[in-house]
Design a protein around this ligand. Sequence first.
Ligand code: FAD
Length: 228
Amino acid sequence: MNIIKKKVLSIFESRVLKQGCVLDVRAWNPATFFEVDLHLPGVDMEKWTSVQHMKVKVSEYTYRDYTPALWDAETETCTLCISSDHQGPGSEWVSSLKKGDVISYVGIGGTFHKPVADSRLLCLGDSSSIGHFLALKQLALGIGEIYGAISFNMESHAREFSEYFDTYLQPIEENKKDISLISWLNEQELSNETIYIAGHSPTAMQLRRHLKQRSDFNGSIKLQGFWQ
Ligand SMILES: Cc1cc2nc3c(=O)[nH]c(=O)nc-3n(C[C@H](O)[C@H](O)[C@H](O)COP(=O)(O)OP(=O)(O)OC[C@H]3O[C@@H](n4cnc5c(N)ncnc54)[C@H](O)[C@@H]3O)c2cc1C
């Protein structure tokens, strides 16, 4: 990045960056998935009516989106669930986080995913979408219950997911030969569900193509690609 761009970004950052505090970090085994508890002073979480995402500064002039989940509006706290089973500035950042660290973020905004009343809420994604679906579950309280499947490339993480979170989301193992979420869908009878897809963008698009070809499905599909 040239010096002028850096200067402009520094001015932008000094005006818009907000701070949060890391209350706790829990690594799964192996440590390629993290739950990060945050205190975000001044954030009005009561206003969240759709699944949110926050743009976090993960290294110099570098930002990544993560989903605040399991929030408590009264204490202004939430949890990020971050997959780091790959090389990237986001992975490096989360692997280095410790209790007491201060994090910087640009802001928090809504996605198009919100619970639809009187509909079955079916969720499909990989481990990077755990926070997204926990957030949807929280928003759906009193409206309905989410269910579906989340694919994992590690059996131990699939087990931990079931142990730590009380959901109707079934952990399934990723499969090198085909898309395990499509195999899972092939075992489900569908009708007029609202289907939420999040995570790896190419897989998300393949899932949508598969659903469009299903003659038993006449519901709607909401897709939020996270990464390529
Ligand atoms: C609205 C929104 C919400 C998001 N919420 C979350 C969240 O709550 N938790 C979360 O973990 N991610 C979330 N993401 C995705 C996260 O921002 C990206 O995965 C991010 O690219 C990871 O950054 P990185 O710097 O580690 O890797 P990058 O530098 O972006 O990518 C490096 C390489 O790693 C690959 N890669 C990226 N992510 C993954 C992954 N999860 N698994 C395997 N390979 C990967 C890429 O294909 C690339 O080849 C969200 C994205 C969006 C758009």
